[in-house]
Design a protein around this ligand. Structure first.
Ligand code: THU
Length: 156
């Protein structure tokens, strides 16, 4: 798989992705989003099948809000620094509805995903829902943020 894939229905996704989507949905229950009312969950699976979840955590000082993806990624970076990330699924729903709504990882989370990918020297697959309930699967983080800033720029 060297390009992004589109799935018209969740049923068409591989079973690992479906499992992560299910877990990411569960993670939204711990979202603290009283300001945006946009509840995001992320589920990450590691190379030994460890599962790490995250949800967005907001603050009255708005710039301090933290995305679900980074809550999960920084958590595993601390807990399991030697393990590799295989895949992350991201989902969201609005407070008013349990139905999933489209949510793509923001630019900051893409930047963090790219750095984890470089650090572990292995690709990270990314799954999320886009418009019209279409699911996207990306084979690596680099594809979501081409030409990103990295340690190479600091060292050169
Ligand atoms: N959010 C995420 O958790 N992940 C993203 O990639 C995009 C945005 C959260 C941040 C904020 O709590 C809410 O969604 C609205 O922006």
């Amino acid at each position: 798989m060297n390009s992004s894939e589109r799935f018209a229905s969740i049923d068409e996704l591989d079973s690992e992705s479906k499992y992560l989507i299910h877990k990411a949905k569960e993670a939204t229950q711990h979202s603290y989003a009283p300001y945006s009312r946009f509840h995001v969950g992320a589920a990450v699976i590691l190379d030994d099948n460890t599962l790490i979840l995250g949800s967005n955590q907001e603050n009255a000082a708005y710039p301090l809000c933290m995305c679900a993806e980074r809550v999960a990624l920084y958590s595993l970076g601390h807990l399991f620094p030697e393990k590799k990330i295989i895949k992350i699924a991201v989902v969201a729903h609005k407070k008013s509805s349990k139905d999933l709504t489209p949510a793509a990882p923001c630019g900051a989370c893409r930047q963090v995903l790219v750095e984890y990918e470089h650090r572990q020297q292995a690709k990270i697959q990314i799954v999320f829902m886009t418009d019209n309930m279409v699911w996207m699967k990306y084979p690596d983080a680099e594809m979501l943020l081409p030409g990103s800033f990295g340690n190479v720029h600091l060292l050169s």
